[in-house]
Design a protein around this ligand. Structure first.
Ligand SMILES: [Zn+2]
Length: 130
């Protein structure tokens, strides 16, 4: 889902439909322009940061989508908060969560990504793929 939002915002830019309705989007638009003008690591890093700043608006929706998926697929012991944490776990360096909240979210995503328990308090949900 996270990567889909990247693709969605990139597609808006490439179609000339990325409209700056807030400073986050204006900064993102400028970062896209700067990057496509000069494709180097530095302009990419700025673009990547602005991409994630704009993505802050979508993270809770991503969590809700993961939660709907979990319910549809009978993945037990998962609640909305857990799924929102999964979504936030991909948002390193955001300025919305506190450090401990971000650590918690990242521990949850490490657990699910590796499908192994991470410390005693982070238990794997669902069953491994075969
Ligand atoms: Zn990303």
């Amino acid at each position: 889902m996270h990567e889909l939002v990247h693709a969605y915002l990139l597609n808006l830019y490439l179609k000339d439909e990325l409209v700056s309705t807030s400073s986050d989007y204006e900064d993102l638009l400028n970062a896209f322009i700067t990057f496509y003008d000069n494709m180097v690591q530095d302009t990419f890093n700025t673009l990547d940061n602005e991409w994630h700043n704009a993505m802050n608006d979508f993270v809770d929706k991503i969590g809700e989508t993961i939660y709907a998926y979990a319910q549809e697929n009978n993945i037990e012991n998962v609640d909305l908060e857990y799924c929102k944490n999964l979504a936030w776990g991909t948002m390193h360096g955001n300025e919305i969560l506190s450090e401990s909240e971000q650590d918690n979210a990242e521990n949850i995503i490490i657990t699910e990504q590796n499908n192994t328990e991470y410390a005693p308090s982070y238990l794997v949900k669902g069953t491994p793929c075969e």
